[in-house]
Design a protein around this ligand. Sequence first.
Ligand code: DGY
Length: 318
Amino acid sequence: MSRPKILMTNPSIPKIAFDILGLKCELIHTKDDKRETILEKVAGVDAIFWATKENLDKEVLDLAGPQMKTIGTMSVGVNNIDVEELKKRGIKLGNTRGVLFDAVADVAVLLALAAARRLREGRMKIEQNQWTPGLGWMLGQDVVGSTIGIVGLGEIGQTVLKRFKSFNVAKFLYTGHRESQQGKELGGNFVSLETLVKESDFIIVCVPLTSETKSMFNDNIFSKMKSTAVFVNVSRGEVVDQDALIRALKDNKIFAAGLDVTTPEPLPPDHELLKLPNLVLLPHLGSATTNTRNAMAELTAQNILRGLGGEEMFSPVC
Ligand code: DGY
């Protein structure tokens, strides 16, 4: 019997995935993770290892052909994938739920602390020879005794909450579709988004990007936050109306922000976000540790093998 063909959409996929899949399948390699390259190579494959921010849409699926019924994406987010179209065509999709929440939660905590304690501004002061210590100089915000609001209490949000428990915070709020058992067990109080942004000292965004969450943080929502609030986003840039965030930071409507995700990505080096002293920025490094990326690659490979074998994937999306 011929070996199933799998398109590996990124030459930087960790080796473990090539090792696992290469034992049983014929692997089609790409020279980069660009859409045009993928479109050139996708015809006739049985499965796709999706490891790119490009959109996986009808065009890709049409070119792949009707035999292609299995996709594994090396991400937890599926906002770049037309899941409804996959469902219509009976194509199985698996993501990397379950292996990256620790790494992403670490980055959320890192950004919250760095923004609250003015990490970027402090460094700028040194570089600009403006180190002028005084008792009221460069004061930040405390985590101890604070109210932490988590928007989206999925596995990343829950892990963020657990991390912050050791900081002796006063209260945890969370919002989402509904109150959850996990939220209760973790001591979180379920509230509306409006109440959360009004009452929280730290607002940490962990929701997936969907049509419902797109631009949910806009001028109106930023205007309800405390002037001492620290805003953190580790989900997707598009969840935030970025111009509204820039206005809120420039006008000191909120104290500071920490972002792992932006619009666009990569962000041009002359972008306005980079000029804000009260913003700590990372280039989408949430899951970027060696162990996490290896675990994501391995899970994606296993999902694909299960899909090809007609079994339920370990972390199915559809
Ligand atoms: C994901 O898996 O969706 C992350 O954003 C990748 O870092």
